[in-house]
Ligand binder design. Structure first.
Ligand code: 5GP
Ligand code: ZN
Length: 142
């Protein structure tokens, strides 16, 4: 993709700070550094989002995540945990349309990264949950 910022980073046309690289995957520091060490893991192949992954690409990208996450956990003794986030679609806060996985080292609960999980469990009985699960299951394809 000629007009993709992450393809340009992968080709070296735009500089980046590399954390890890192999033939299929590159990991580099996110320019915003939401928390220190905030890293993006990207497939070298241009795909827009998770919906375009086949199993082979998923294996390439996701199999690299644990060792990079361990490195982020261990590079600074202040790191107490790591959030792994993958945004797909503008509504899901995706702003760069070359798929990427955010790895965010966590220092404290007030370190700059926030995520809200609203508890709507009172709105769902087991029948309502089953109806949703059935509809999703019907959409799962190889
Ligand atoms: P998204 O919002 O799509 O999930 O994440 C895109 C991320 O790419 C943002 O966190 C943003 O800071 C990062 N980003 C955008 N442009 C650049 C760039 O030129 N270099 C680096 N290293 N990160 C970038
Ligand atoms: Zn790209």
């Amino acid at each position: 993709m000629t007009d993709c910022i992450f393809c340009k980073i992968i080709s070296g046309e735009i500089p980046s700070t590399t954390v890890y690289e192999d033939d299929q995957v590159k990991a580099f520091l996110d320019i915003t550094q939401v928390t220190p060490g905030h890293t993006l893991v990207v497939p070298k192949k241009h795909v827009v989002d998770i919906f375009e992954y086949d199993e082979e690409l998923a294996q390439a990208v996701f199999s690299r995540i644990p060792k990079i996450a361990r490195a982020l956990k261990n590079f600074d003794p202040r790191v107490k945990g790591v959030n792994i986030v993958n945004n797909n679609g503008e509504v899901a806060y995706q702003s760069v349309f070359h798929s990427h996985i955010h790895l965010l080292p966590r220092y404290t609960k007030e370190d700059g990264f926030k995520m809200t999980f609203t508890d709507n469990s009172k709105d769902y009985d087991s029948q309502a949950l089953q109806a949703i699960a059935t509809k999703i299951s019907e959409q799962i394809k190889d």
